[in-house]
Ligand binder design. Structure first.
Ligand code: 5GP
Length: 173
């Protein structure tokens, strides 16, 4: 399953709750070169690695997909997802629209789910509320969000995250 959504939609929270309630469903932990935010843990939220190590992994073809998002690298390890599938788990990738495109173009059978905020205004409120991002960063995220939302039709399902519990229920079904 490929889940994409603009930054600030709350997709990570929703998917983390989803994998708690659906048996044999696992969340793939991405690799990123971005700095850890307060409250994040290495090996839990992401595998935080240096840009150099990321570039080396990319050169070696270790990523199923990877992308540069807001100036940082993010990628899915092919070995990690293969291991999950081999254990009999279904896998959820929470990745941006560029990564989702790569996965589709590899001909991998996936179900795409696009998570939308209830409105552009709510997204802006969430981005301002959660973060220490600068005004400049928030503006950039909002611009990118609007371009990303244009891609929703490439996904099989759209889920609106108006309220977490309800959104988890919709994803579960
Ligand atoms: P954040 O820095 O806010 O955690 O994530 C920023 C963006 O990177 C989000 O849109 C998120 O979905 C995306 N992202 C996270 N992990 C991956 C990944 O492994 N691959 C790709 N392509 N995007 C990712």
């Amino acid at each position: 399953f490929v889940v994409s959504a603009p930054s600030g939609t709350g997709k990570t929270t929703v998917v983390e709750q989803l994998v708690q309630v659906v048996p044999d469903l696992g969340l793939s932990r991405s690799y990123t070169s971005r700095a850890m935010r307060e409250g994040e843990t290495h090996g839990v939220d992401y595998n935080f690695i240096t840009r150099e190590r990321f570039e080396k992994m990319a050169r070696e073809g270790q990523f199923l997909e990877w992308a540069d998002v807001f100036g940082n690298y993010y990628g899915t390890s092919a070995a990690d997802t293969d291991a999950m599938l081999a254990r009999g788990e279904d896998v959820v990738l929470v990745i941006d629209v560029q990564g989702a495109r790569q996965v589709r173009s590899r001909g991998i059978e996936t179900i795409g789910i696009f998570v939308l905020p209830p409105s552009a205004a709510v997204l802006e409120q969430r981005l301002r509320g959660r973060s220490k991002d600068s005004e400049e960063q928030i503006r950039r995220r909002l611009e990118v969000a609007s371009a990303e939302v244009d891609e929703y039709s490439q996904y099989e399902y759209v889920v609106v995250n108006d309220e977490i519990e309800a959104a988890v229920g919709r994803l579960e079904s």
